[in-house]
Design a protein. Structure first.
Length: 477
């Protein structure tokens, strides 16, 4: 046997050697043996395991399922998908179902209850606590998992030794691994470390199920095995749960619509839609509904159409933004969008019907080149959530202000009456004391005539006292 310490399949080779020796001994007892010595290398010779077809079929053990048609025992499995598609949440639901002997996602029943452990980083403690709490409230029982959180490298010799001891101490049959700290590593380094973790679990007698993230984002659609090529688990996964979104998540809705693809070397295969309701920040929840893929075909087609409409609308809106400050006609918008006539006409008519495109002020549809404008929808104003104490304080303040306002309103007529009376008295006093001022300008321009009769003297008639125009020069003339 090759030196080096642990040999995980030693018992298997010993049993195989005993069986072949027993068969050879029986053949010799029957007289048909040649008496040659049978020798089987169990580690030091060839690295290959050699079997005949009969031996290979005889050694095949019956399948032992964790969840029939979904997951097998003693086969490494993965929960794989792009980022932020509820992989950790689905892993907690799977662990809770296996530990209690319940149903995974409320649909796939476990064969019995298993001893399950969950390994992750300390940075996810809060999230995992919230998940376990919500799962327990939804199923009216706590998920009987054994948790192990660490901030160290899981593949260090010390961590691996602790992992073996932890599995042996709790006699774990299934170990769920969510290695968040490994996702930032390059793909090759991440794959090497994940294989080390999987090998450690298998040698300890536990079935490993690893959460693994794809290296690229995938648009909303059902995943297949080819999508695992960008993940670090492609080299060791023998069964898989592939998760991706059916629809883009709408913030604030608390509803996630996912695709779940199940597959494996044992022939398990299937596609389902999963609706997950997680609630809001005030009332968290965990409710799952599994839907048949056939019933989602119309939904998928409608979603594809809606996605196309949103992309075209984004192009049209961007065209209006780029053309801002000038005359925006339909022809200019179409040229700016770069779409063909059929797509643009359908998108334009749809946006006009929705009220997002309207004629610009001063433009009419009867003109040769009417101008248009983009109408942004007004988002409803969301009032902040206020506590009961704050609401009560506001009511008290409003009541105090209302009392003050009523008092001021009651006193106002008296003050206004007094003001009017004082104003009238002031006007009358001013009229009495007002002395009419002579009009100086009129006096200058109006001739002054004497009221006395004209008198004649010896020198002739008395001259008119009216000054002559022209001043001194006129007098001299």
């Amino acid at each position: 046997m090759a030196a080096g310490g642990d040999f995980p399949q030693f018992d298997y080779y010993v049993e195989l050697l005993r069986r072949r020796l027993a068969e050879r001994q029986q053949a010799e007892d029957n007289g048909g043996g040649s008496g040659e010595i049978v020798r089987l290398e169990v580690g030091g010779g060839s690295p290959f395991q050699e079997f005949t077809t009969d031996e290979l079929l005889a050694e095949q053990q019956p399948d032992e399922w964790l969840i029939p048609g979904v997951l097998l025992r003693h086969e490494p499995g993965v929960i794989c998908g792009p980022g932020k598609c509820l992989k950790s949440s689905i892993a907690v639901d799977l662990g809770g179902a296996l530990a209690t002997g319940g149903k995974f996602l409320g649909e796939f029943a476990a064969t019995r209850s298993f001893r399950v452990g969950f390994v992750s980083g300390t940075s996810k403690r809060r999230a995992l606590t919230d998940l376990a709490h919500r799962w327990g409230e939804s199923h009216e029982e706590k998920p009987q998992l054994v948790w192990s959180l660490t901030g160290d490298d899981l593949t260090e010799a010390k961590s691996l030794q602790h992992l073996r001891q932890w599995i042996a101490r709790h006699q774990l049959e299934v170990v769920l691994i969510d290695p968040q700290q490994l996702f930032s590593l390059p793909k090759r380094a991440q794959a090497t470390q994940l294989q080390t973790l999987v090998r450690c679990c298998l040698q300890s007698g536990a079935t490993p199920i690893v959460c693994c993230e794809t290296r690229k984002q995938i648009r909303p659609r059902a995943m297949d095995v080819a999508d695992m090529a960008s993940a670090a688990c492609d080299g060791f996964a023998r069964q898989w749960l592939l998760l991706n979104r059916r629809q883009t998540y709408q913030p604030g809705s608390g509803e996630h619509r996912l695709w779940l693809t199940i597959g494996g070397d044992a022939g398990q295969d299937g596609l389902w839609g999963v609706d997950v309701r997680v609630g809001d920040f005030e009332r968290r929840a965990w409710t799952t509904t599994v839907r048949d893929a056939c019933s989602l075909r119309d939904e998928a087609a409608a979603h594809e159409v809606e996605s196309l409409h949103q992309r075209l609308e984004s192009k049209v809106r961007l065209a209006f933004t780029n053309l801002a400050g000038g005359k925006i006609t339909k022809t200019k918008v179409r040229d700016q969008c770069g779409m063909n006539g059929v797509k643009f006409a359908a998108a334009w008519d749809r946006l006009v019907a929705a009220g997002k495109i309207k004629l610009a002020p001063g433009s009419t549809g009867a003109s040769l080149y009417p101008e248009y404008q983009w109408i942004e929808s007004v988002e409803p104003k969301i009032e902040p959530v206020r506590s009961e104490a704050s609401v009560a304080a506001t009511k008290n303040n409003n009541a105090v202000q209302s009392d003050r306002g009523s008092k001021e309103t009651t006193a106002a007529p008296t003050d206004r009456t007094a003001e009017k009376t004082n104003a009238v008295r002031s006007d009358r006093a001013a009229e009495k004391t007002k002395v009419p001022q002579p009009d100086r300008a009129a006096e200058k321009t109006k001739p002054v005539r004497s009221t006395q009769p004209r008198q004649e003297n010896k020198c002739g008639p008395v001259p008119n006292p009216e000054p002559q125009r022209g001043g001194a020069k006129a007098a001299q003339g």
